[in-house]
Design a protein around this ligand. Structure first.
Ligand SMILES: [Mn+2]
Length: 227
């Protein structure tokens, strides 16, 4: 049977939404997907019990209250989505099922395990990189270089240095204690993290699957969900 992957919905303009590219990356890797909307914890667990893995996609900013900060450039906030993401991440992690985080997915995974975020990179860091390059230039295959840790799992998929796209204005400040950074932008910002069962990236590989290495991230995740 094909692996079943839970994809978490987003809210935009009073619609539940999810970009089709996430689905395509997983479907091309041989998985079936179910999109989960906010719901009671009890039923969320019942749905997740049926799934072999969890993809936490991109979305809006993480509510800084979760990491005990006042709002300073985080917008917009969707509290129902915060609860959905946090509950699903903790439940799948406890049940030892693979989790793949993308963009906001990486950020909320870090926050779920006790990490913090820069709420707005241009105003809160002295970086000279444009981490919103791909959005500003409508360039889904262009952004900035990253260095991948040679001792990481990600290194097997991407190699030592590769260009990734960049569609974010927030980023990891303090990494959660149980997570390991596995790639960095040239300004030092964490661009990927991993720990047992979790791999998360700050860029959008679902928009780069025309390049083999980025479809490989979906193939790798789905193969882990098969086990
Ligand atoms: Mn970036």
């Amino acid at each position: 049977m094909k692996p079943k992957i839970a994809l978490l919905s987003r809210i935009n303009d009073e619609r539940y939404t999810l970009n089709q590219a996430y689905y395509d990356g997983l479907a091309n890797a041989g998985a079936d997907c179910i999109i989960l909307t906010p719901m009671s914890t009890e039923n969320l667990h019942i749905f997740l019990d049926q799934c072999d893995g969890l993809l936490v996609p991109g979305g809006n900013d993480v509510n800084p209250k979760i990491y005990d900060e006042m709002n300073d450039g985080s917008y917009p906030i969707e509290n129902e989505i915060e609860n959905l993401d946090l509950e699903a991440i903790h439940y799948m992690y406890e049940n030892k099922k693979p989790i793949f985080g993308i963009c906001r997915g990486l950020q909320i995974i870090n926050v779920a395990f006790g990490g913090t975020l820069y709420q707005d990179l241009p105003t809160q860091t002295n970086t000279s990189l444009d981490h919103n390059y791909s959005l500003n230039n409508k360039a889904p295959l262009k952004g900035h270089l990253i260095d991948v840790d040679e001792h990481s799992h990600l290194y097997n998929l991407l190699g030592a240095e590769i260009e990734v796209n960049s569609y974010h204005h927030q980023g990891i400040k303090d990494l959660a204690p149980n997570l390991k950074a596995s790639a960095f932008a040239k300004d030092g910002l964490v661009e990927a993290l991993e720990t047992d069962g979790i791999l998360a990236v700050q860029w959008h590989p679902e928009r780069m699957t025309s390049l083999e290495q980025f479809q490989a991230l979906f193939n790798d995740f789905v193969s882990k969900c098969r086990k």
